[in-house]
Write a protein that binds this ligand. Structure first.
Ligand code: GLY
Length: 371
């Protein structure tokens, strides 16, 4: 099985996303063309380092590239001011210069943090994303959104800084827990739901085998997801319009994440899965799509063993009014108006501010009553 390439066409900031098995071992020859000198700084976390750092160092060494690495604590709390200060000061102490390359080895937390550290270090150095979670491979490593969380909210501090290369090694997905894999799959399904009904049908057919570990299907799912993200980012790099489609399910998701304290009770991708089901239910109640569409979405997510409803979140949840207020904290609020991603059918999402909050409230109240 071979490695496939998706290009993200952004003029002089264009780059390749390489997808397939064996990319950690091949990292030396993949990264060498970017380097002015044979040395890179790797930012990672302790869990990822345990599984993959040695393989990366060996791969780089094969091309004569030396590595220096910093292992940060795993978890969302690393993605804050303190983690950023640590990363940037370490890169400075390692004398990483403007022409050098930083490597982000990890999931979304490490990718976002290392990308932002690279964006501000010496006013910007290049970086390579080596995403190790499914969620990072299909979403956060591509498109140049980098940043950290603030005490005021998630991802509120950051910059657009595109990577110079993304290496999505599908072998590393084997080290994910089933829960983490399925959380990432929530973002994969999102692509079919937002813009590609054929991809959604393909997932209905192939999802179970892909989750069971079929490497060819995994590579194809990552490729199609990244291709769709690349198309959208090329149209709208800084989210003036179409890029907001990538947030299908995320308005509900962000409210649920806030309500559960960004804890292990609900992983981001699980919130996306529930959020997509609720977004389709809202779309059907608004008469935008047929009632069969939300049923079909729920059936696929359930078949995959994913969370689809508020009843699948353990512990207490606040009432519908509080959840709607939490939606109002979302970054997608413009001039105080909530923007939703709704759908006219599977693969036909669009951005709108014209959503009757009474309908959203009834969807949430019905979902809360099923708990
Ligand atoms: N994760 C959404 C985006 O990259 O725009």
């Amino acid at each position: 099985m071979s490695v496939v390439t998706v290009n993200v066409p952004l003029g002089d900031r264009s780059y390749d996303v390489r997808i397939g098995p064996g990319l950690l071992a091949a990292s030396g020859s993949e990264i060498a063309p970017l380097l002015a000198r044979p040395r890179v700084a790797v930012l990672t976390d302790r869990n990822v380092a345990k599984h993959h750092l040695q393989a990366l160092q060996d791969g780089l060494a094969q091309a004569g590239i030396q590595t220096t690495s910093l292992e940060l604590p795993p978890g969302e709390s690393t993605k804050g001011w303190a983690g950023l200060e640590r990363a940037v000061e370490w890169l400075l102490s390692e004398k990483i210069e403007r022409r050098d390359v930083v490597v982000a080895l990890g999931g979304g937390v490490i990718g976002d943090l290392a990308g932002f550290a690279s964006a501000i270090l010496r006013r910007g150095v290049r970086f390579v994303q080596i995403p190790t979670s499914l969620l990072a491979q299909v979403d956060s490593s591509v498109g140049g959104k980098t940043g950290i969380n603030s005490p005021s909210g998630k991802n509120l501090i950051g910059a657009f800084h595109q990577p110079s290369l993304v290496l999505a090694d599908t072998d590393v997905l084997e080290t994910l827990t089933p829960r983490d894999f399925l959380a990432g799959y929530g973002e994969v399904v999102k692509y079919g739901l937002l813009g590609d009904p054929d991809f959604f049908s393909w997932l209905e057919t192939n999802g179970p085998a892909l989750a069971a570990g079929d490497p060819v299907l995994r590579t194809e799912a990552v490729r199609r997801s990244v291709q769709m993200k690349s198309d959208i980012v090329a149209r709208d790099e800084t989210e003036q319009g179409d890029r907001a489609l990538l947030n299908l399910g995320h308005t509900f998701c962000h409210a649920l994440e806030a309500a559960t304290g960004y804890s292990d009770r609900l992983l981001h991708g699980e919130g996306v899965s529930i959020g997509c089901a609720l977004a389709f239910e809202t779309s059907a109640r608004l008469g935008l799509c047929s009632q069969e569409d939300p049923s079909r979405v729920r059936v696929h997510l359930k078949t995959m063993g994913m969370r689809t409803d508020l009843a699948d979140i353990p512990g207490d949840l606040p009432d519908s009014e509080t959840l709607i207020n939490l939606m109002g904290q979302d970054k997608k609020v413009v001039d105080g108006t909530l923007r939703f991603i709704m759908a006219r059918g599977i693969g036909q999402a669009f951005v709108t501010s014209e959503v009757d909050l009474g309908v959203v409230r009834s969807v949430l109240e019905d979902a809360l009553s099923r708990r």
